[in-house]
Design a protein around this ligand. Structure first.
Ligand code: NAD
Length: 461
């Protein structure tokens, strides 16, 4: 009998679907099909590959509301966020549909002939995604991978497979050739592990926890398999005394409580200059209490539930009875894995809540005295994914931006991701960059070809 997984709506605790859980043999079969399809897909003329990706984007656009509703039911995302996420799939496909016709190599001057480089696709790409943003994280891998001429086997997180399965149907409807884009739902220890171990998978893109990412990197080393890693974070939101405090405080809750804090870029450490610490907290309190935590199907919802009961228990463990809770927002009673936005202050930078990635709606507020101390606290973490700096002093903004060890930073803003700019982590937050113009390099190898035009000229070997 085939193993299955019950998909649970985290806002209602009801089972919304039952999905097969693939075995290692199923995974091998999918990899074999994707490997066979690669031969034809890489040979599709660039203009035709571009057209197929544009048609895929159009199919996603036409299905946007349905995809969004699936994500609300599967992941508990607010409908507003889920609509943005489905739109992001369309936009990333559209953006990389420009790539097949622009995968330029170079012509390098040499004597006795012509030297040119080609950007060759790699083969089958395995993409392993987490449950927190099932749609965007998947497309950040599969759009550039397909555009560069690779075929893809995508493994969604076990608890959130529904939108990935729907995207595979839309790809087929849009006319992508059979087996070019396959979605294989199942366990990480089975399907994910097989993608890492199988010699016909030529590249792994992994987004998830740092611990699993390290094991995947070690697994890929056995075959010198290239790997892109997008891992955890504990990003700092640094507020200087000369900042527009009202703006910084009004924005701070959304920078950490969006998606119920289940966001790798969550600014879960707010560092505030001591001279404005009390004033900032006074401004933050009404902003936190104003966050609408409610039924995520409502247009007004700003935060939904956590993904599972187990995850809620883990988040709650960071707020024991004697935790320094400064104030909290609200959350509905009744079924659903709800947890209220929670602010801990002041917190010692060495406390577990200030060090670990909680991945829930819990933020710590830490005072600092000067620029040097702010930078030291911000960098005192194995992570380095994102962050924000709030100041009206442009020199300080640039100095601190250069000094903070992270992959993505915003000044007077909490923006993290634009599909046309690079995204990724420093230190143990990741390896490589997704999105933007350079992501294609992660899905191609450079091949150098010399063509002799003058047989009399001997080139050095
Ligand atoms: P996870 O590491 O538990 O799982 C991620 C994926 O890996 C899932 O699909 C899982 O089934 C699979 N997996 C698990 N064990 C595996 C194994 N041994 N071999 C192969 N695959 C395996 O992470 P999660 O709990 O789903 O997601 C939360 C984490 O993801 C957080 O740490 C978060 O910061 C991180 N994240 C990072 C980014 C980023 O861009 N940097 C984005 C989103 C989430």
């Amino acid at each position: 009998m085939t193993a299955t997984h019950d998909v649970v709506n985290p806002a209602t605790e009801q089972v919304v679907a039952t999905v097969p859980s693939a075995t290692a043999e199923d995974t091998d079969a999918a990899i074999a099909r994707a490997a066979a399809a690669y031969v034809g897909w890489r040979a599709v003329p660039p203009g035709d590959r571009a057209r197929l990706l544009r048609r895929f984007a159009a199919a996603v656009d036409a299905d946007r509301e349905h995809l969004a509703e699936l994500e609300v039911a599967n992941a508990g995302h607010t409908i507003g966020n889920a609509r943005w996420e489905a739109g992001n799939v369309r936009d990333v496909l559209d953006y990389y549909s420009g790539a097949p016709e622009r995968l330029f190599g170079r012509q390098i001057p040499v004597s006795g002939g012509v030297d040119v480089t080609f950007k060759e696709p790699l083969g089958v790409v395995g993409i392993i995604v987490p449950w927190n943003f099932p749609m965007p994280i998947a497309v950040w891998g599969f759009a550039p991978a397909l555009a560069a001429g690779n075929t893809v086997v995508l493994k969604p997180a076990e608890v959130t497979p529904l939108t990935a399965l729907r995207l595979a149907e839309l790809a087929r409807d849009a006319g992508l050739p059979e087996d070019v884009f396959l979605v294989v739902p199942g366990k990480g220890s089975v399907v994910g592990q097989r993608l890492v171990d199988h010699p016909d998978v030529r590249k792994i893109v992994f987004t998830g926890s740092t611990d699993v990412g390290k094991a995947i990197m070690a697994g890929c080393a056995a075959q010198v398999k290239p790997v892109t890693l997008e891992l955890g974070g504990k990003s700092a939101n640094i507020v200087f005394a000369d900042a527009q405090l009202e703006r910084a405080a009004a924005a701070a809750p959304y920078a950490v409580f969006d998606n119920a804090g289940q966001d790798c870029c969550a600014r879960s450490r707010i560092l505030v200059q001591r001279s404005v610490f009390d004033r900032f907290l006074a401004l933050l309190e009404p902003a936190v209490q104003g966050v609408r935590v409610e039924d995520p199907t409502r247009d007004t919802a700003e935060m939904g539930p956590l993904i599972t009961a187990e995850h809620r228990a883990k988040v709650a463990s960071y707020v024991p009875d004697d935790a320094p809770v400064a104030f909290r927002g609200t959350a509905p009673d009744g079924p659903g894995f709800w947890y209220p936005p929670t602010v801990l202050a002041p917190v010692d930078p060495a406390a577990a809540a200030a060090v670990d990635e909680i991945f829930g709606p819990v933020v710590v507020v830490i005072p600092f005295d000067d620029e040097a101390e702010a930078i030291r606290i911000a960098n005192d973490s194995p992570y380095g994914l994102s962050g924000s700096i709030w100041t009206e002093n442009v020199g300080r903004a640039l100095r601190v931006a250069r000094a903070v060890e992270t992959g993505t930073l915003s000044v007077n803003s909490n923006a993290s991701v634009r599909y046309w700019t690079p995204f990724g982590g420093a230190k143990q937050s990741g390896l490589g960059r997704e999105l933007g113009p350079d992501a294609l390099d992660a899905f191609t190898d450079v091949k150098n070809v010399f063509i002799a035009t003058d047989p009399a000229t001997e080139e050095p070997s």
